[in-house]
Design a protein around this ligand. Sequence first.
Ligand SMILES: [Zn+2]
Ligand SMILES: [Zn+2]
Length: 638
Amino acid sequence: MEGENETMTRIDRRKFIGAGLAGATVMWPLGHAFALTDSLSDLGGSIVSPPQATIYTAREIITLDPSRPVAKAVAVVNGRILWVGSLEEVVRILGDQPHSVDTTFADHVIVPGFVAQHDHPVLAALTMSSEILAIEDWVLPYGTARAVRDKQDFMDRLTQAVNKRSDPDEPVLSWGYHPAFYGPLTREELDSISAKRPILVWARSCHEMILNSATLRRGGVTEAVVDSFGATAKAQSNFDEGRFWEQGLFAVLPHIASMVATPERLRAGLELTRDYMHAKGITIGNEPGGILAKSVQDGVNVVFSSPDMPFRWSFIVDAKSIVAKYADDAQVVAESEKLASWYGGMTSLAPKQAKLFADGAIYSQLMQVRAPYLDGHEGEWMMDKKLFERAFHIYWDAGYQIHVHVNGDAGLDRVLDTLEVNLRRNPRYDHRTILMHFAVSAPDQVDRIKTLGAIVSGNPYYVTALADQYARVGLGPERADAMVRLGDLTRAGISWSLHSDMPMAPGDPLFLMWCAVNRVTPSGRVPGPHQRVSAEEALRGVTIEAAYSLKLEEQIGTIVPGKRANLTILEDNPLTVDPMSIKDVKVWGTVMEGRVLPTGQATSKASLEQPRDGRDKQETEFEHAALRHALNVAHTHL
Ligand SMILES: [Zn+2]
Ligand SMILES: [Zn+2]
């Protein structure tokens, strides 16, 4: 460990916590980055002649531009696309403009740069930097974390992970355990792996942790401490079994944050998340529901705002939290807009966009449904009706695009009702209200979505991961099999995109395409076959339609003259391979605003060794805020 990995020193940690945007060394405004890479002689030349162009040739270029769907060459100038066509045509158009032909991609297929419509970097960082022992494979830059087969497999692999560590005091955090798949897990079983070293097992849902005795000791969690929790938190804790879930997990958070969300773990995790997403061909991304703890955002900026970032990242205002905080409507908007100053360099606040929440999470089956759940349990609202309506009204009148997290058909009714009221009251052109996740819906709602001018961002992994189980439990086959009804949306002419919500699903656009095109579950079943979509529609869902949903369709999403030169370079054509192989198409790398960025630069897992030189109040607050943000994301999503 020591030597091959760098451990953050105390000074590094303080920089990570306190640096904010100053930590991102150079702030390059969009479009100016490339001037810095030109040599002086190039700059001299540019005064008298047009700038140097680079022509990339490829086996095939899929432009997603209906007027020129395929091409063989693309010319790039100053990070933008100048022309697309055959090589001869592009050379002819360039005429006497200085240019070079780059054949690096001659055997590859170029598609528009992938757009990560909706992911959660802090939660992804904390889970990805742990020992991943989950229900699915995670293909990471340093290797693949294979899906866990059963309880024994989990215990064996956790034991190996514990034993390979040199420092006997370093806590081991694992993520991905799923009691519904592997059965219950207790403190005693974790103690059998190690009685001395802290072991923390974070469930796949992120709603529960199982802690061994060494963790409880280090965190000062005694039976008396648990007894002092509030009634709900106490009811959602089991000291003997070392289990803490929901409010119990929030209550134990201050005791364990230093073993989970340290600045070094967050930084290493963010770097890993960055490399992971780049390896999946992502050229731009977005988190709806930005971080509201400035110290945590500053930490994220150290990695994500840096000019080295292989993709830009935007954040959407967490309007649910802001509207709950301020009674004055004008202040809600003013506070939302103030957040723009928290970002810079490669990060930004998505302009005039706000995130609201309707009903509960899909993974814990807390969405609001029209017909009751088969087992009689009830869904949850993430925002009270009054607060939701007030928030919608405020942001609607301020001209915002509103992104609404919604999972059930009754949740969708509430969102569409609210949208209709506001449209009637104050008609708006191209409001592009976005229905996010879109798990359970009813056929009659499709027409209404179209009529009201809303668009959809669906998570197609819900079908892959959950349709079999939900057909048996809670929803029944009819509702479970029609989840994320993308086929109906296509036939109705509604714009839809795909998102992974990482770490809710692997943040891998080709995998999302595979889910949407095949809708095949682990049992081999195809739920709702008529909701499958074509490979080209799925590709649009991770490029131009995702761009459209973020109001970036004039900048990115297709390969046409004038747009940013954002390209994803693939080893094969995802539109012509066997549909079951789409997820296996290899990513060579990306071109991001003209920068050629091959994947595979990451060499090893970043160090997660714990610091030994103590910590101060600022660090402790940082750790609490980071973990709290992660748990809040998990609480609304899983
Ligand atoms: Zn959500
Ligand atoms: Zn989300």
